[in-house]
Design a protein around this ligand. Structure first.
Ligand code: SF4
Length: 356
């Protein structure tokens, strides 16, 4: 399979695995030891629940029910008592019923077979894939919410991912990207990548190992993919807008990327969060980042999402900062600002009276 941008190679899995080696989660309790029972329990607990919430419940649960047999022989009340507080109790009921089924029909263990796993209560296609890949290293794809988001963006797939036709396409892509080995790590890598890097809001594209081939990034459609559920209100995103003014009264402008919103326009620099903003500030300016003054929020609606802009302003900075000859960064005198093709909300912000 070729890269998402038709580059003729598919190193999607290899890149995710490299990323996983240094940035993934390697010390989750269900990874040590990675038995089918523990993997299954972890997967069920993780449905609709974050890793950090699950960990103490998981440890307590396997302390009381260390094996599938011990779970099957417990009463439902005992199981629910251990689940108490984790929510979505149907998961616990299904887990218990599935454990009893495995005792009766699968010699007391989970079946190493996709169809047999999916036949168990509470195990869908993606969970079955996650169990097969993590417990036995089988080449089975997963397609949870995180993976749907990453694949929709990487391949630029339009349409709500839970629509049958879109989901079918995503399964095909998930299958096509499977590596030949390290399936357990690859499965965890996909989950971690979606949960920590290609996140729903403010994904860290600047740090992304897939950025070179990511269609959504290349086409400036990261914010609009994956497509929201039809009829849902527009998604919201927030950004810091960096208004740096030097002692000569000039403002530092940055040219926007050639694709995406406000393509190629001069604008104020933007950052997803303070970490990014500080990095930008320290790279380009001389002064104290923490002296920033927070200005009033500016809301703005685009076709596919709403942007809440939070301007940060610094005044009296060193005249040139660290900005050398640069096609994409430019100090501009206040009097010249409005003659540039600035985006409307930025123009409005800059048109406010100059600080004294
Ligand atoms: S470049 Fe951005 S949108 Fe694309 S896969 Fe990476 S984090 Fe996700």
């Amino acid at each position: 399979m070729s890269g998402a941008n038709g580059t003729g190679r598919d190193d999607f899995a290899a890149r995710l695995l490299d990323w996983f080696d240094h940035s993934g989660r390697h010390d989750l309790p269900w990874q040590h030891p990675r038995t089918p029972y523990r993997v299954w329990l972890g997967e069920i607990m993780l449905q609709q629940t974050q890793v950090k919430t699950v960990i103490p419940y998981f440890e307590r649960f396997v302390g009381v029910f260390p094996t599938l047999a011990s779970l099957a022989s417990a009463s439902l009340d005992e199981v629910l008592a251990q689940w108490s507080g984790l929510g979505y109790y149907a998961r616990a009921r299904n887990l218990h019923a599935a454990a009893r089924w495995c005792m009766e029909r699968h010699d007391g263990d989970l079946p190493r077979d996709h169809a047999a796993l999916v036949a168990l209560p509470g195990i869908g296609r993606s969970t079955a894939g996650a169990i097969l890949a993590q417990a036995w290293g089988e080449r089975a794809p997963i397609l949870d919410g995180n993976v749907k988001r990453v694949l929709s963006r990487y391949h630029g797939i339009e349409g709500w991912p839970n629509l049958p036709a879109v989901e079918k396409l995503l399964w095909t892509l998930a299958q096509a990207h499977l590596p030949d080995e390290r399936l357990a790590d690859y499965t965890q890598a996909q989950m971690d990548f979606g949960a920590t890097l290609c996140t729903r809001a403010n994904p860290a594209c600047m740090l992304c190992v897939l950025r070179e081939d990511c269609v959504a990034l290349g086409q400036g459609r990261v914010e609009e993919l994956p497509t929201s559920r039809p009829g849902k209100p527009l998604p919201e995103r927030s950004a810091l807008i960096l208004l740096a003014e030097n002692a000569d009264g000039e403002v530092l402008l940055q040219r926007r990327p050639p694709t995406g919103i406000w393509a190629s326009l001069w604008s104020l620099p933007e950052a997803a969060d303070h970490e990014q903003a500080r990095h930008w500030f320290e790279t380009n300016l001389q002064g104290d980042y923490d002296q920033a003054e927070a200005l009033a929020e500016i809301p703005h609606a685009f076709t596919h999402y709403r942007l809440r802009m939070h301007p940060l302003r610094w005044r009296g900075l060193a005249a040139r900062g660290r900005v050398g000859d640069n096609d994409d960064l430019r100090w501009v005198a206040r009097a010249d600002l409005l003659s540039l093709g600035l985006p409307a909300p930025i123009r409005k912000l800059l048109a406010q009276p100059a600080p004294r």
